[in-house]
Design a protein around this ligand. Structure first.
Ligand code: HEC
Ligand code: HEC
Length: 406
């Protein structure tokens, strides 16, 4: 556990009051009643034109969901009528679904971290649905799971279900909702981003919209938030550091691939679903802030994975937003430390560690953040990383690496 001096988290937590006001505002904006404790995930699905239960969506295999015929079927699917579903037949791409390893939701402030897993379902709003009439194009639902190494993931209920509704033509660009295990609307996500500063379980609440905006391109709500692309490479990286036990267990990280062998056909098919989702993420980022590091990161993933489903090396993943320097092979070890300890947030918070020129620019700042002075350490959320306490040797290696950067 970290120092007891600090009470405030690094990630903006927001508050219940702001969350309540936010839900009241968006209820009016889009004509969807968002009342915490009352509104259900089922009602959101109905709003988007899918008269189905959230539990069913959570339970069904991705391979069924992404197949229009099977998804619509009464037998093993969602039981949607194939025709006349709020305006049109269910078509290929109307539903995207993928299940994957999610190191970013893991409480890492512990000797034996419990792997996190996510199931993402993207539903295109049905043409005549109330959501579509309010300018919502799609709904992204993110189910969260935890399973000890060796146990089958996705067998328990989603611990928390995060939702975004994409409305590119509206001022907000996207709207946030969050649901609890029972599928009821809630104010906040409970997570471990500031674990190093928290006693006990190491989690706290991050409220809509501020807590969400902090990691989705809008710290302090200065601009509309953005979709985060899915970084397959990072999931595989972490098998060699914090999750060696998971590597040994061999659980498929892109779960629907049934394998970690990228040469298998089943891997290619599952990987392509992520490619399709990331294309949409980039499209959204590019309408909101095309020159942002977030957009450039998504663009980079899509470029290097245009032909390849493989786990690509760190150096190949570097980019620049201002035409500055990019990471070199001799810098791979240092970049690996930034990737392991900082990318959880600095892939989507304020800057990306893959943007070398920005890391160089912030070098002095980074060194202070990882080795704060006596006064700085008292500033809430100053010390980095906030989610774990680094080994002294690792801290020194990271500091030496940053110090030598030019
Ligand atoms: C600490 C950073 C962080 C916070 C806080 C956060 N997110 Fe995210 N979110 C991410 C990342 C990173 C992804 C991409 C998936 C992954 O890497 O596991 C993501 C993905 C998502 C997705 C899937 C679509 C996409 O952007 O990829 C949804 C929906 C989502 N988050 C909703 C929320 C909601 C709702 C909140 C607030 C209650 C929230 N998020 C708070 C970092 C964050
Ligand atoms: C769990 C999330 C998280 C992790 C992990 C994390 N940070 Fe941060 N970091 C934040 C947040 C949130 C802020 C913005 C809040 C603030 O300025 O205090 C921030 C701010 C910073 C800043 C100031 C950025 C600026 O533009 O002024 C630096 C530098 C920084 N972090 C470096 C690091 C380094 C280096 C690591 C890894 C050793 C790291 N962080 C790991 C969440 C994180």
């Amino acid at each position: 556990m970290g120092s007891a001096l600090r009470a405030d988290p690094a990630i903006t937590p927001g508050s219940e009051l702001f969350a309540r006001q936010y839900y009241a505002r968006i209820s009016k904006d889009i004509g969807f009643d968002a009342t915490p404790g009352t509104t259900t995930l089922d009602s959101l699905l109905g709003f988007a034109g899918y008269p189905i239960s959230g539990a069913k969506l959570e339970a069904l295999d991705s391979t069924i969901l992404i197949n229009p015929t099977r998804a619509a079927s009464q037998d093993d699917g969602l039981g949607l009528a194939l025709r006349g579903l709020s305006g049109a037949t269910l078509r290929d791409g109307d539903i995207l679904a993928t299940r994957f390893f999610a190191p970013k939701i893991v409480n890492i402030d512990t000797a034996t971290p419990i792997p996190g897993w996510r199931k993402l379902v993207r539903l295109r709003a049905r043409p005549t649905s109330r959501a579509a009439q309010a300018g919502i194009e799609s709904v992204v639902i993110l189910f969260n799971f935890f399973a000890h190494v060796g146990e089958q993931p996705f067998t328990q209920q989603s611990a928390n279900t995060q939702v975004m509704m994409l409305a590119p033509s509206r001022k907000d660009r996207l709207y946030w909702l969050d649901f609890d295990t029972a599928g009821k609307l809630t104010f906040a996500l409970n997570a471990s981003f500031d674990a190093a500063d928290l006693p006990g379980g190491g989690t706290r609440n991050y409220y809509v919209p501020d807590g969400c905006n902090a990691c989705h391109g809008s710290p302090g709500n200065f601009a509309p938030p953005m979709v985060n692309y899915l970084d397959t490479d990072h999931w595989f990286d972490r098998l060699d550091s914090d999750f060696v036990a998971l590597k040994a267990a061999g659980t498929p990280l892109i779960f629907d691939a049934n394998t970690n062998d990228s040469s298998q056909a089943s891997f290619g098919a599952a990987f392509d679903v992520i490619r399709r989702f990331n294309e949409e993420a980039l499209l959204q980022n590019a309408t909101v802030r095309p020159r942002s590091f977030e957009a450039e990161a998504a663009r980079t993933w899509l470029r290097i994975h245009a032909q390849s489903d493989d786990h690509l090396p760190l150096i190949a993943r570097g980019f620049t937003v201002n035409g500055g320097s990019t990471w070199q092979p001799s810098e791979a070890d240092g970049l690996a430390r930034l990737n392991r300890y900082c990318f959880r947030c600095h892939g989507s918070v304020r800057f990306s560690i893959f943007d070398r020129a920005t890391v160089v620019e912030k070098a002095g700042n980074i060194r202070q953040r990882i080795n704060p002075g006596r006064q700085q350490v008292k500033v809430p959320g100053f010390k980095m990383p906030p989610d774990r306490v680094l080994e002294q040797s690792e801290l020194q290696a990271l500091d030496a690496f940053i110090k030598a950067l030019k």
